[in-house]
Design a protein around this ligand. Structure first.
Ligand code: AHR
Length: 504
């Protein structure tokens, strides 16, 4: 049975400007994310800095705008000083978060250099687990102070004469979690985050600071954590973080496909709490949200390696076509909340639960999830527009009745283009969708329509078959008399662009 849906795309449904930082990602010292992921000096494509050239090319193609580093759980035991200076002098340490050895051959300066080559903005996290205010301020001085102090001069001596000018800083990572080194209560963390924020702003008033929110809406401390942390930090920070990973339960595919409903609710609930503190801020602008870890993942909770070795394979998931559809649908949720979400990081970037895979001394390839991300990063520009759709309901065990089709659009008046992102998250039924665009005063012409869908939703990309799942032209699309018609297969995510012409 094919379902029939209808809706409209209207300029009047503007939500807010899409921040380019919505298309961020994350590199952690975990598994092969850094070593043999982005950094492999002996790789045939290595740059003079030892960065993998094939991975750099894919990162640029992915369209990532900002990358968070160096963790994640890793940062909560990290001594940033270990990762700067002459390589030969850098110590090997235990990476307690991931039970591996950390050789410190790649650190802050290498990361900033890598970001410049990848064309992305660096976003750093400070250790508020085993360390505190002083170490955070020291790292900020090392990175952002021009010269003439011990730490800024050390950076210069280490080969970075120009300050790094890092704008976005995370005040720790997942401090609400018992798995975190230096795990804290909300009150303990709130105080420490506030003191760190004050000190960092004293050094560099231009920094943008992200306080740690809940590690997921499933945390027992969720909401109370946000409230307590915001009580201490609301007037000192720019954003509060949200993390969540969505896992498929094979016996409940419908709920997995509808994961974005959970992200919608998470964003909306945290926004409500943030609004409780709007008056404390005084500038009228509520604290923004930084969804700085999100993805689909099956390997969360996997056992850690038994031995302490340097490079262990961790979280090297082969994402399916269905996973790509869910990632696309989570991106729709992020864009729809453009008024709240100032940045977001697909966790992670390479090898570890990542859109890019790279084998040591071997090839790099795009996972299925690469494709919706790169299409959204390319086309979701300008103003986000809500796209209400009527199409009946789909029952799910976790989220109740949800809409089988979800969509958002963006309009960019610079490039004069409109982009529609739409997911059919129904596990079995196709949908014929008609969208009314007659309210637009411009002449409209159909651009490109691409779909991520496979008849086998479990299809994956591998080193041997890297293009098994790619976006393909969406057939049967028409734009006639201001009505856009799309045929959406079950478990599909698509994007359609429309050029804006002269006013009619
Ligand atoms: O991305 C993997 C891990 O997931 C991160 O280190 C941590 O912050 C989260 O729990």
């Amino acid at each position: 049975m094919t379902l029939v849906g209808s809706g409209a795309i209207e300029r009047a449904a503007a939500i807010g400007a899409v921040d380019r930082r919505l298309f961020g990602s994350f590199v952690e010292h975990m598994g092969r994310s850094v070593y043999t992921g982005i950094f492999e000096p002996s790789h045939p494509t290595a740059t003079p800095d030892g960065f993998r050239g094939d991975v750099l090319e894919l990162v640029r193609e992915l369209g990532v705008t900002i990358v968070r580093y160096p963790g994640g759980n890793f940062v909560s035991g990290y001594r940033w000083e270990d990762g700067v200076g002459a390589i030969a002098d850098r110590p090997v340490r235990l990476n307690l978060a991931w039970h591996t050895l950390e050789p410190n051959r790649f650190g802050t300066d290498e990361f900033v250099r890598w970001c410049a080559q990848a064309g992305v903005e660096p976003m750093l996290a400070v250790n508020l687990g085993t360390r505190g205010v002083q170490e955070a301020v020291d790292l900020l001085e090392y990175a952002n102070h021009p010269s003439g102090t011990a730490l800024s001069d050390a950076r210069i001596a280490n080969g970075s004469p120009t300050r790094h000018r890092i704008r976005m800083w995370c005040l720790g990572n997942e401090m609400d979690g018992h798995w975190q080194l230096g795990h804290k209560t909300a009150a303990e963390y709130g105080r420490l985050a506030a003191e760190t924020a004050r000190a960092m702003r004293q050094l560099d008033p231009g920094v943008e600071l992200v306080a740690v929110g809940s590690s997921g809406p499933w945390m027992p401390t969720y909401v109370e954590w946000e409230r307590t942390v915001l009580r201490e930090t609301a007037e000192l920070i720019d954003a509060i973080s949200l993390h969540n990973y969505y896992q498929e339960d094979p016996s409940d595919v419908a709920s997995f496909l509808a994961s974005a409903v959970d992200l919608d609710r998470f964003i909306e609930r945290v926004s409500e709490v943030v609004d409780e503190f709007a008056s404390a801020r005084g500038q009228g602008q509520p604290v923004k949200l930084s969804v700085d870890e999100w993805n689909v993942s099956r390997s969360n909770g996997a056992p850690l390696p038994a031995d302490w070795t340097v490079v262990e394979r961790m979280g090297e998931e082969a994402y399916t076509a269905a996973d790509a559809v869910v990632v696309g649908s989570l991106l729709i949720s992020l864009v729809r909340h453009a008024d709240r979400v100032a940045s977001a990081c697909l966790a992670q970037l390479v090898n570890v639960i990542a859109p890019i895979r790279a084998e040591p001394d071997g090839p790099a390839w795009r996972q299925t999830t690469f494709h919706p991300f790169s299409l959204a990063a390319r086309h979701a520009r300008g103003q986000a527009l809500a796209v209400p759709i009527t199409v009946g309901t789909l029952p799910t065990a976790k989220y109740g009745d949800v809409a089988p089709v979800d969509a958002v659009a963006t309009v960019d008046d610079e490039t004069r283009s409109l982009a529609l992102f739409v997911v059919n998250r129904h596990p079995t039924e196709a949908v014929d969708l008609t969208l009314d665009l007659r309210s637009w005063s411009e002449e409209l012409s159909l651009g490109e329509s691409l779909v991520v869908h496979e008849d086998d939703p479990q299809a994956v990309n591998t080193a041997a078959e890297p293009d098994r799942v790619i976006p393909r032209p969406l057939t049967g699309v028409s734009l006639v008399d201001g009505c856009l018609r799309l045929s959406l297969a079950a478990i599909s995510w698509s994007t359609t662009t429309i050029e804006l012409g002269r006013s009619r």
